[in-house]
Design a protein around this ligand. Structure first.
Ligand SMILES: Cc1cc2nc3c(=O)[nH]c(=O)nc-3n(C[C@H](O)[C@H](O)[C@H](O)COP(=O)(O)OP(=O)(O)OC[C@H]3O[C@@H](n4cnc5c(N)ncnc54)[C@H](O)[C@@H]3O)c2cc1C
Length: 399
């Protein structure tokens, strides 16, 4: 009998297993994948996520994975470009765009070092229940026989299509259908100054430096274009990138090193993340468009919130139901504003006259422009910074 079984061992599951393991709980960590392995995902981690890696003692491993730090961000809007330095968070100045092959391995190893029992290549096929309460899992290792394992709590860190969420019929709220679709690959021979994004009519290209001298080159379009994009993925990917001469010049000097990967299944929703004997963390509990690159950072924060809630419930300091209710509330408070900002940004609308006027003012105020990028990284409140009053203040000051 385990205290918890965690299904999914990537950026939500491994941290929650690690944090509970460090608190002395008996943890079984399961994933049908093995590590290191890749998954369809970008991997920009802004400073609040990096601050957690530092707190957990794992930042050195990320740095050692041969991933360059990122400080500078540029957003090219066609006739002008905003560029700035990301504001620090908790004393952390650098963001990192660390590949999932490296990141997830670091996280899994940390969970095992904390005492979690890891089973890779293990598929969970069913959740065990008794009188409406989750009591364990049924599953099998690759080619192995079906076995049952029991736990006080089953945690679904099993991503967007979570088996735990489906079995619990976890209520969804603030739901919005997918707004964008994505294709990306990795290129050698490209040198960018930090992260560079190029917004054009209903599409965007993003370049970010990652491990081993490679650059992650992503394109995204509004979701209504998906069928058209899919009819010629390679052609549309390259055409979208090359419509910006600066990006075209980057590609001229570079070489694509890997196949194109894509994703259009990017809905937006919150799920109730707990019930009798179960909890959700990461994408399983809260999913949003990747345009603001929040998923990994959100998974880290929620791993901390959930492990604290479970600890206070297990130890008897709090009633478990109340502790988990508070977990949901804290998660929602932390992300509500960013959720709206993300959905708005994912529409890929080019700025209207009012926003262009604001951007022109930002171009004359570097500090304000840095704060603008802080909204993206989640270190500056977007509702305050982008409020009509604050925008007017910046416009007046620039005038
Ligand atoms: C195109 C794209 C770009 C993105 N870019 C960024 C970015 O730049 N920055 C950022 O922060 N986020 C980004 N994201 C979001 C990020 O990928 C997710 O938020 C993050 O992967 C969520 O982690 P997770 O651990 O919750 O789930 P996942 O990474 O989906 O992991 C779930 C794990 O559960 C396992 N699993 C599922 N079901 C079972 C089962 N039944 N039995 C056993 N194992 C199971 C899977 O094998 C998997 O390993 C991007 C996403 C996409 C699609």
């Amino acid at each position: 009998m385990y205290d918890v079984i965690v299904i999914g061992a990537r950026c939500a599951g491994s941290p929650v297993a690690m944090l509970l393991g460090r608190k002395g709980y008996r943890v079984l960590l399961l994933d049908r994948a093995c590590f290191p392995s890749d998954t369809i995902s970008g991997h920009m981690i802004w400073q609040p996520g990096i601050a957690r890696l530092q707190r957990w003692g794992l930042l050195n491993n990320v740095v050692a994975s041969n991933c360059p730090p990122v400080k500078d961000v540029k957003m090219d809007l066609g006739s002008y470009a905003l560029s700035g330095v990301l504001p620090p968070s908790e004393g952390v100045e650098d963001a990192y765009c660390v590949r999932r092959t490296a990141l997830d391995k670091i996280l899994v190893d940390a969970a095992v070092a904390a005492g979690a029992e890891l089973r890779e290549r293990f598929s969970v096929t069913a959740i065990l229940t008794e009188n409406g309460r989750f009591t364990g899992i049924r599953g099998h290792s690759r080619g192995g026989r079906t076995i049952d394992e029991k736990a006080r709590v089953v945690i679904g860190a099993d991503g967007l299509h979570s088996l735990v969420a489906r079995t619990a019929v976890a209520p969804e709220y603030r739901t919005r259908p997918a707004i964008t679709c994505w294709y990306y690959s990795y290129w050698s021979g490209i040198r960018t100054n930090g992260v560079q994004a190029y917004l054009r009519e209903r599409c965007m290209s993003i370049l970010a430096p990652t491990n081993d001298g490679l650059t992650l080159v992503l394109t995204l379009w509004t979701h209504d274009q998906f069928h058209e994009i899919r009819s010629d993925i390679e052609g549309n990917y390259l055409r979208t990138l090359r419509q910006v001469p600066e990006v075209g010049a980057f590609l001229e000097g570079g070489r694509r090193e890997e196949r194109l990967r894509g994703m259009a299944d990017v809905p937006n929703f919150f799920r109730k993340p707990y019930g009798p004997g179960w909890a959700l963390v990461g994408d399983a509990g809260y999913h949003k468009d990747p345009v603001t690159a929040q998923g990994i950072t959100d998974a880290f924060r929620d791993a901390e919130l959930l492990s604290d809630a479970l600890d206070s419930g297990f130890s008897g300091n709090r009633n478990m139901e109340q502790a988990l209710q508070e977990y949901e509330q804290k998660r929602n408070d932390a992300v509500s504003e960013m959720y709206e900002f993300t959905c708005a940004m994912a529409s890929l609308e080019t700025p209207n006259a009012e926003m262009r006027q604001f951007h022109q003012a930002l171009l004359r105020d570097q500090q304000a422009m840095d704060s603008f990028f802080g909204c993206l990284a989640g270190t500056v409140s977007s509702s305050e910074f982008l409020s009509p009053e604050n925008r007017q203040k910046i416009i007046d000051a620039a005038a």
